[in-house]
Design a protein around this ligand. Sequence first.
Ligand code: NAD
Ligand code: 3PG
Length: 343
Amino acid sequence: MSSPSGPLILLIHPMKEAGLRLLREAGDVRMATGNDPGTIGREVRGAQAVIIRTGGKIDAAVLDAAGKGLKVVGRHGVGYDQIDVAAATSRGVQVVYTPGANTQSVAEHVFAMFIGLSKHFPRMTSELAKGNYDARTSLVGREVAGRTLGIIGFGRIGRRVAETARLGFGMSVLYNDIVPAPHDVEVRTGARRASFREVLEASEYVTMHVPLDPSTRGMIARDALALMRPDAILVNTSRGPVVDEAAVAEALDAGRLWGYGADVFAVEPPPQGHPLIGRPDVLLTPHSAAQTEEGLTNMAAMVARDVAAVLRGTPPESPVNDPFEVEHVRRSLGLPPLYEARR
Ligand SMILES: NC(=O)c1ccc[n+]([C@@H]2O[C@H](COP(=O)([O-])OP(=O)(O)OC[C@H]3O[C@@H](n4cnc5c(N)ncnc54)[C@H](O)[C@@H]3O)[C@@H](O)[C@H]2O)c1
Ligand SMILES: O=C(O)[C@H](O)COP(=O)(O)O
């Protein structure tokens, strides 16, 4: 896979050539044989870099198994909830990720779900498969245009969804975020900041774009769903545990929600018999919103660029933890500097 010299770079999952090319120039690239804790723990030994995608964890045990030579953990992706960043920082390990790499891919996925649910795609498909062509007239859909959209988490993806909603569909956009967006962003997107409650009460479409952390876990549960309009469509492309899936199934059963779209699950892959799989009012994809040619190429190139940068002693462009703090910790632990010597 690479020249068997230079620092060991362990890939937990495959990635596009756009990234592999850069990594092969930076070291000895090896592919892990699995992403379970035992395999990662064994195969990470001696690595200076490890790169992970969805599936598997980088926790304190993995960091310790790697040993003191580990310099950088790369997240091929945006959500880094499966990496124990505090544990990495306290061991002087840099963490890097790929913000923005799949923003457009995910935003397009959200509209695919809005439109697919509004026009009853899951039900239309199953009725057609049963030979019921009358579904054409018995099931009436609705247009997305002109309706009210609520965005929870108004970062890169939330803002791209807002722009598309405004320009493509003439929607009214409300957002909820712990941080107010700059005025020019609100003007560009036409979005107005509102309380969590107001967003849920007013919106016919609600889309989740928060990271998974203690403040967002279970954010949409029974109490939040009770605030929503019965004609609302809820879409979750963020992280599964942000939404209580059993509570969504209950709301759909009770006619208190029009439809649910999700790209992510509380447990991935979702177990057989999952309450949302196979429902006619639900559209599900297997964590594939970012899996486009463009998204995959961007993620691979960005994570490889930053991992290679750290290995050659240059601060990364997209760090999760602060390079200065990492350097300070390394000094206090008596580890060789990552960047200092090169400045
Ligand atoms: N399905 C996929 O393949 C896929 C792809 C990319 C990202 N994601 C997920 O989507 C998330 C968002 O991505 P992004 O690029 O927009 O990230 P981002 O960091 O640009 O935006 C996240 C926003 O959420 C806000 N936020 C954080 N906690 C909040 C809270 N408690 N209440 C309200 N707002 C809160 C932040 O202030 C920020 O503005 C990622 O963290 C990741 O988990 C999923
Ligand atoms: O957070 C992300 O960006 C997504 O989970 C996609 O990342 P992956 O395809 O690398 O898992």
